[in-house]
Design a protein around this ligand. Structure first.
Ligand code: SF4
Length: 372
């Protein structure tokens, strides 16, 4: 199996997935934050991660019940995240339970000494299908400055190489921000050598330790889309964005310009095949069981200790409002791309207090004609 096959399998599973017909019934991606504990001190951390585990974290038993609930929803992907999920001693027990339920499990470990060759072996042995690791600079100086801990860069590269050696697909997450935007070509060059399966570029949402000054503006975002499009077109690994759904609008525009399915468009669709976004195909469960539309939109719609996850996802007024793109405000509400994009609900909330407001960092001026 090629490194990217596992990602492509998840991305093209729509023929059997219940969300293939209706994302209001079942999420495509469930993200469970097992803990907020982490040894890193990243400048943009949405979770404002702490050194110690929170005493009210979901217990092992609660976690097993949550996984049973998640399996009933049949998401395409379950992401176990943190903080640093490797901090939890029951991580592999929980992961094996999830795999036993038939879930396709990904893990996002932090670049700390916990992420050594033995840990990568255990991750693979537990049946976890891929890992996502963060790389925010092309050098130790820039990455470690961003992550707040010396040595993280070397650990991250060693982990990526060890995973590639074992045939465990690797996704690299990069948070594009004012401090590293000029470094993106160098980061791409580095990724080219690592044999990764996917590059996911995160656009800053000012929550947790991230600040508005870290964000790219609308023009910078469009320039970065140009760069990502060209990167994806090479077909070396999948390229996608996180908290930048307007990249889908950009791809649609590029497709319309070329009047054909370009290689970049086909590759990007494989990485993000549907109009999935915060609360619409994506649901986040916090370390204490709170259910958010995403980790970047920490507004609780309920708690899995009191209600099944599926009920919260389907019935919460907030989730229902977010999924109804006709209720969006500002230019997102009249945009002809709102069904495939809809803007970042997390960024709208972080910057205006209204999760239905327009995404403040989109350069597009809608024609105001609804797409049927
Ligand atoms: S205006 Fe809103 S819906 Fe339209 S492309 Fe921009 S972010 Fe997306």
């Amino acid at each position: 199996m090629r490194p990217s096959d596992s990602f492509q399998a998840a991305a093209t599973a729509s023929a059997v997935h219940p969300a293939a017909t209706d994302l209001s019934l079942s999420p495509w991606v469930v993200i469970w934050e097992l803990t907020q504990a982490c040894a890193l001190a990243c400048r943009h951390c949405r979770a404002s991660a702490q050194a110690s585990r929170h005493p009210a974290e979901l217990s092992t038993e609660e976690g097993r019940r949550l996984l049973d609930d998640i399996a009933a929803l049949q998401p395409a992907v379950l992401v176990l995240t943190g903080g640093d999920p490797l901090v939890r001693p029951d991580l592999f027990e929980l992961a094996q339970h999830a795999v036993g339920l038939g879930l396709d499990v990904a893990l996002t470990p932090s670049g700390t000494p916990n992420l050594n060759a033995a840990a990568i072996g255990r991750i693979q042995d537990a049946g976890i299908n891929r890992i996502a690791i963060s790389l925010d600079g092309a050098s130790a100086a820039s990455h470690d400055r961003f992550r707040g801990v010396e040595g993280s860069f070397a650990i991250t590269l060693a982990a990526a190489r060890e995973a590639a050696r074992r045939g465990l697909p690797v996704q690299v997450n990069t948070t594009a921000n004012q401090g590293n935007i000029a470094e993106m070509p160098a980061i791409r060059d580095l990724l080219d050598e690592l044999g990764i399966a996917m590059w996911s570029v995160f656009f800053v949402v000012p929550v947790g330790r991230a600040a508005t000054r870290d964000m790219l503006n609308a023009e910078q975002s469009e320039e970065l889309f140009d760069f990502l499009y060209a990167t994806g077109a090479r077909g070396k690994y999948l390229v996608r964005t996180t908290e930048a759904p307007h990249y889908r609008r950009y791809l649609r525009q590029r497709q319309a310009e070329s009047h054909r399915d370009s290689p970049a468009f086909r590759w990007s669709r494989r990485a993000a095949p549907r109009g999935i976004g915060d609360g619409a195909g994506l649901v986040f469960v916090s370390h204490t069981g709170e259910v958010f539309p995403s980790g970047f939109l920490p507004l609780s719609a309920g708690n899995v200790r009191r209600q099944p996850l599926g009920q919260i996802y389907r019935e919460s007024p907030m989730f229902c409002a977010i999924r109804d793109r006709d209720r969006l405000g500002g230019k997102c509400g009249i945009c002809e791309f709102r069904k495939i994009c809809g803007g970042s609900r997390a960024r709208a909330y972080a910057m205006t207090g209204d999760y239905l407001a327009e995404d403040p960092v989109c350069a597009y001026q809608p024609r105001g004609l609804a797409v049927q």
